[in-house]
Design a protein around this ligand. Structure first.
Ligand SMILES: Nc1nc2c(ncn2[C@@H]2O[C@H](COP(=O)(O)OP(=O)(O)OP(=O)(O)O)[C@@H](O)[C@H]2O)c(=O)[nH]1
Ligand SMILES: [Mg+2]
Length: 558
């Protein structure tokens, strides 16, 4: 895979910090933002110039080295310390003004091209003499460890913005803890943009120089800058200056120093963001935990109570519609379980435009129910955020607390908004109902007829004509029965009515069970919707932000 370029990395780092807003360590987020800003700003400035900064402690010889490299007395070296209060720029090539404005370096010297000097002695003879003709801004910084605070601030600002850092150290202070801990260690892993120049080697024997160089290399490697170039130089005799000039000329020629420095900075800070954004919790954990959450919320919503009420209420309705008319009133005296919960359609009548005002009389706000809901939500979040970094887990839990406060209301509304009753009563109820009344009417006619016959015979009046109903059962192995019509109507009406009521009761119970089943499914869907909106989505948003942060940081750090 091709490595991403600087602008891709910078955009990715920006995205990562954006996604990690409020979750990433503040100091880290700030420094990442600083790097993004610098990369963007520098990217818009001269790509023709490489900015190299001479940094180091006071008296190490930064100004002297600048003069030696430039081959001219540009900076004023001093005996009184600290000497350089404001940064100074030696500029080769035109068009660096905007860049220097951004760097905030007002003292600028336009330089003539310098020729490389043929090295006089030793290993340096192998180095090709290098001259600087164009494309370099060489900065002489104030001392970084200055007793004067402004010096330090100016130096640090430029240390952050330079493309290439040349740390000028001297034989006395090269091991200074402040230099290594404050300045070099934070550059760990970015050795391609760091050069260490051990100055004033004219004051050492060559054996001492070798020993000091070895020690310096060891310290620099311990700072995480094992690949940084370490050069022995002397501003006084010019030793090593040509090699240093060669490095600078090479950086200017390649014009890559700027990109290299910024890429190194972006990668380093993105690596830290990546470390902080930890592991992605497996996405499947959410699916598994979701089922348990919906179960718990169903309990909290009182789904079982509602479903049972629907079943009993439906059975009661069926009995009222299809029972034996004579005993129906008994059913009417019994409570309607659905009405008791305030769940009858007409109980719930609310303004059409404010469905949120619908409320049931279910006990969601009972402490025990609330506690169970809270436990379920927390356990869901624990599952879903398992393995995520603490800051993100805390953020997700925060969302969970909000959800816990809102759930009782949301669940109550979900139940209130669920259709519990059928739009119309079953057709068979109506058919059976009519039939029941017809049978009762037959029984009443039969009984009335018999009563009238009894009264007539009591008063010795001539009897009514009573035709017989002939029931022929011969083909089923029986005989032929003859039953007077009034008796047949009275007995038949009563017996058939009772039988029909019994059958209907069974059918009604079956229908009630099926209706309860449908309501259970609807309630589950409504509760799932609440779980989705109040818990899953907010928590998922948190985990998605984490994933975005991690993925973007991985691109930036690659
Ligand atoms: N012997 C010797 N002396 C040097 C060398 N380089 C610089 N000096 C002397 O060290 C002293 C400090 O040099 P400067 O160049 O002013 O040092 P600086 O790092 O710019 O100091 P500040 O501006 O205060 O931060 C001067 O007296 C220089 O002459 C060197 O290579 N050898
Ligand atoms: Mg100086």
């Amino acid at each position: 895979m091709k490595a991403p370029d600087l602008s891709t990395r910078t955009a990715a780092l920006d995205r990562a910090v954006e996604a990690g807003q409020g979750r990433l360590d503040r100091e880290l987020a700030d420094s990442a933002r600083g790097v993004v800003e610098r990369a963007r700003e520098r990217g818009g400035l001269s790509a023709e110039h490489t900015v190299a900064a001479l940094a180091g402690a006071t008296g190490s010889g930064k100004s002297s080295v600048l003069n030696a490299v430039a081959g001219a007395d540009v900076a004023e070296p001093g005996v009184q310390r600290p000497t350089t209060a404001h940064a100074l720029a030696a500029v080769w090539g035109e068009g660096a003004d905007e860049l220097l404005d951004w760097l905030d370096v007002p003292r600028r010297h336009e330089m003539e091209p310098v020729e490389g000097q043929a090295p006089a002695t030793g290993v340096l003879r192998r180095t090709r003499p290098a001259g600087i003709s164009t494309g370099l801004v060489l900065l002489d910084l104030p001392d970084h460890d200055s007793v004067v605070v402004e010096h330090r601030v100016r130096a640090e600002r430029l240390v952050e913005r330079a493309d290439l850092l040349v740390w000028v150290v001297d034989p006395q202070k090269y091991a200074d803890a402040a230099l290594h801990e404050r300045y070099l260690r934070p550059l760990a892993g970015r050795s391609e943009v760091v050069v260490i120049a051990l100055n004033q080697v004219d004051r050492l024997s060559s054996a001492e120089t070798d020993a000091l160089l070895a020690d310096l290399r060891r310290l620099v490697a311990a700072d995480g800058l094992g690949g940084a170039r370490v050069l022995p130089v002397s501003a006084r005799t010019g030793q090593g200056i040509d090699a240093l000039r060669g490095l600078l000329a090479e950086a200017a020629r390649r014009r890559e120093a700027s990109t290299a420095r910024l890429t190194a900075d972006v990668r380093a800070v993105a690596g830290r963001v990546l470390d902080e954004s930890g592991q992605a919790p497996p996405a499947r954990a959410a699916d598994r935990a979701q089922g348990a959450l919906v179960d718990a919320l169903e309990d909290a919503a009182g789904a079982t109570t509602v479903v049972e009420a629907v079943r009993r209420s439906a059975r009661r309705d069926a009995r009222l519609a299809t029972g034996w008319p004579v005993t129906r009133w008994i059913g009417r005296t019994r409570h309607d379980p659905l009405r008791r919960l305030g769940l009858r359609r007409d109980d719930l009548r609310v303004p059409v435009d404010r469905p949120d005002l619908a409320r049931t009389s279910l006990p969601q706000t009972r402490p025990s129910v609330r506690a169970a809901t809270a436990t379920a939500v927390r356990s869901y979040i624990d599952h879903v955020t398992d393995g995520a970094p603490d800051a993100w887990v805390l953020a997700a839990r925060d969302r969970g607390s909000t959800a816990i406060d809102r759930l009782p209301d949301a669940l109550d509304q979900a139940v209130a908004g669920t259709r519990l009753e059928e739009e119309r009563r079953p057709l068979w109820w109506r058919v059976v109902g009519v039939l029941q009344w017809l049978l009762l009417a037959a029984a009443v006619v039969g009984l009335g007829w018999l009563g009238l016959a009894a009264v007539l015979s009591y008063f010795q009046l001539p009897p009514l004509l009573v035709p017989d109903l002939t029931v022929d059962l011969t083909d089923r192995g029986g005989g032929t029965f003859e039953l007077p019509w009034p008796t047949a109507l009275a007995l038949g009406g009563i017996v058939a009515g009772l039988l029909l009521a019994l059958l209907s009761r069974g059918a009604g119970a079956l229908g009630a069970r099926r209706r309860a089943g449908r309501v259970r499914r609807r309630l589950r869907a409504a509760v799932s919707e609440v779980a989705e909106a109040e818990v899953r989505r907010p928590v998922a948003a948190e985990m998605e932000a984490l994933a975005t942060c991690r993925e973007a940081a991985a691109v930036a750090a690659a």
